[in-house]
Design a protein around this ligand. Structure first.
Ligand code: ADE
Length: 222
């Protein structure tokens, strides 16, 4: 899979692309991630990318030309172009699994107080990562990249994500490591029993109990 990220702040992605599982996925060729500065696509002599909005109102508006040019420079017939905006469709694990099947994602980060409405003509879909407003789409595009890349075959052990929270509309079960007793809290006995059928039954029971308590809306979906 290839992911092109279009942003005004490419430096925000440096550590993200070098660290942990994403860094390893890039190094081992499981994913190609390229970050492009939208400013490089401005034809303005001062490389301006925003201007005052028609009709007044506060704040500068991201202009459509440099964004369209940046999209055109990376887009192929296999691309899915996604705009990150709080007005997009809510993001979830089901969507991550869908995006994992794409060959090429182009993630367009909106910024400042807003972007010119006509940018919307040049994207395939719009995604929001939650009902809150970020200063830009950069963190949202990292959320999408992270959640999709970890699902690519060979990036992490398959069983690590088949049991993921949300993968069956259930939250994940609790896990424990050493020590056996920490500040008076013990590891549940069943986990040290060596009986895998019993352990699996306990884990499913925990998943259901936890989902019922914390996210009853997920159980209704199930
Ligand atoms: N840009 C600003 N806020 C956002 C959000 N919640 N989701 C996606 N992109 C955004």
């Amino acid at each position: 899979m290839k992911i092109d990220i279009l942003t005004l702040f490419p430096e925000m992605f440096e550590t993200f692309c070098e660290t942990s599982i994403i860094g390893r996925a890039i190094k081992t060729g499981k994913v190609i991630i390229k970050v492009h500065n939208i400013r490089d696509y401005s034809n303005d002599p001062h490389k301006r990318v925003d201007d005052y909005g028609y009709g007044g109102g506060s704040g500068m508006v991201l202009m459509p030309e440099p964004v369209k040019r940046a999209i055109d420079s990376v887009k192929t017939k296999d691309s899915k172009v996604i705009l990150l905006t709080p007005q997009g469709q809510p993001y979830n694990q089901k969507k991550a699994l869908e995006l994992k099947l794409e060959k090429h994602l182009v993630l367009v980060c909106g910024h400042y107080e807003g972007f010119d409405e006509r940018i919307r003509y040049f994207v395939d879909e719009e995604i929001s990562i939650g009902d809150y407003v970020l200063t830009g789409g950069e963190l949202a595009s990292m959320v999408i990249t992270d959640s999709v890349v970890r699902l690519i075959d060979g990036v992490i052990k398959t069983e690590s994500h088949t049991n993921d929270s949300f993968s069956q509309d259930l939250l994940d079960y609790p896990v424990y490591t050493h020590p056996l007793i920490f500040e008076g809290h013990s590891v549940p006995e069943v986990l040290t029993s060596g009986n895998h059928a019993k352990i699996n039954a306990w884990r499913l029971e925990q998943q259901i109990k936890r989902t019922k308590n914390r996210r009853p809306d997920l159980l209704e979906k199930r």
